[in-house]
Design a protein around this ligand. Structure first.
Ligand SMILES: [Zn+2]
Ligand SMILES: [Zn+2]
Length: 360
């Protein structure tokens, strides 16, 4: 069975110890980091290379094959640098950043981080990115069933009917003679190569609170995808805004309060660190290989300005297949205090390095 399991994401080996990360933080790159900010201007957001690794975990065989890829991981076999979310504490951070506020922020971010399971590859995926040279993920296998895992972040929760009498768009209500009139829209941001369009969104499940390894999926913690926000997909910037729905009023209220709490926590941290020279901290919360939630902690290397108005970041942090779309919290933000950038891809040639999708 294992032989059938195919790990598709390009893999490199790396070993990172936190002590090593901590010591790397001591050698500041403030100057090069800030200088680099104005260097890269590229209409597509980033001069991609053919070897970039889009970090989705997937199999065309079975869901078990996806989970098995964790045990067969070649990129980071020991998964060094990934901290099970419940184990995050003040000592998880490099010395300069050992504050309770950053621990609280990580938990607040984790509370709005979700695992995405996608079961269909849209036939509308392009074969290549706009430059015609770099293959688009799954562009050659569109129209197929798949078991694909990525990560995402809950952006907002809206009560419907909001301004019209739209009934619930979930599959059950769509086929019901009495569709629910009270329902909630939950917006999740991820990478466009994780959920590409509405067809894929309809096949997507969003799992909340998958914090420890358990086999059973609790239905009340899972949301059904039904669409994409208006003008919600940016293919070149690799950003997608997926819409989910739920009838569960208490879950909706809980998620709404988590979004507010996360933003409040971000504002608190920004205020605390605003006068500090060192602000290169990066926190990624994700579901590596579709498994339980982890945090990985690293540093920002460059901020890239994109001609479309987005920014992207390059960073050093542990990522693996399954982390595509995961929220990347950057302490040094210019526009918004909270993170707005999903993880996009890893560099094949540089251990433990990657870059984000476009964000504000
Ligand atoms: Zn791995
Ligand atoms: Zn419904």
């Amino acid at each position: 069975m294992e032989a059938l399991c195919i790990t598709f994401v390009a893999i490199i080996s790396l070993v990172i110890f936190f002590g090593k990360i901590g010591s790397r933080f001591q050698g500041l790159l403030n100057d090069s980091y800030r200088e680099a900010e104005s260097i890269v201007r590229h209409p597509a957001g980033y001069p991609r290379t053919k070897t970039d690794c889009y970090e989705i975990a997937y199999s065309f065989e079975s869901e078990d094959c996806v989970y098995q890829s964790y045990n067969e991981c070649e990129k980071n076999p020991q998964h060094d640098g990934f901290i099970p979310i419940n184990d995050v504490s003040i000592v998880s951070f490099p010395p300069y950043y050992q504050t309770q506020s950053l621990v609280d922020l990580t938990f607040a971010l984790a509370a709005v981080t979700v695992k995405l399971s996608i079961f269909y590859v849209s036939e509308d995926r392009p074969k290549t990115f706009a430059d015609k040279e770099i293959p688009y993920p799954f562009g050659e296998t569109s129209g197929k069933s798949i078991f694909l895992k990525g990560s995402g972040r809950i952006r907002f929760v809206n009560k419907y009917p909001f301004y019209d009498n739209k009934t619930c768009p979930c599959a059950r209500c769509t086929h019901s003679t009495a569709p629910k009139k009270d329902w909630w829209m939950v917006g999740v941001v991820t990478a466009a190569h994780v959920v590409f369009d509405e067809k894929e969104a309809k096949s997507t499940r969003c799992r909340v609170d998958y914090n420890t390894e358990v086999k059973e999926l609790k239905p009340e913690n899972s949301l059904q995808g039904y669409g994409i926000a208006e003008r919600g997909v940016f293919v070149e910037e690799d950003r997608s805004n997926v819409l989910f729905c739920t009838h569960d009023s208490s879950l909706a209220a809980e998620l709404e309060s988590r979004v507010a709490h996360y933003k409040a926590q971000c504002e608190k941290v920004v205020e605390e660190f605003q006068d500090n020279a060192e602000r290169e901290l990066v926190i990624v919360v994700s579901h590596p290989h579709g498994r339980a939630k982890c945090a990985s902690i690293g540093r920002a290397e460059r901020r890239l300005k994109v001609e479309t108005g987005f920014t992207k970041y390059e960073y050093s942090v542990a990522t693996c297949p399954g982390t595509s779309g995961a929220p990347v919290y950057m302490l040094d933000r210019t526009k918004l205090p909270f993170c707005n950038h999903p993880h996009s891809a890893a560099f094949k040639e540089k251990d433990n390095s990657g870059y984000s999708a476009g964000g504000y």
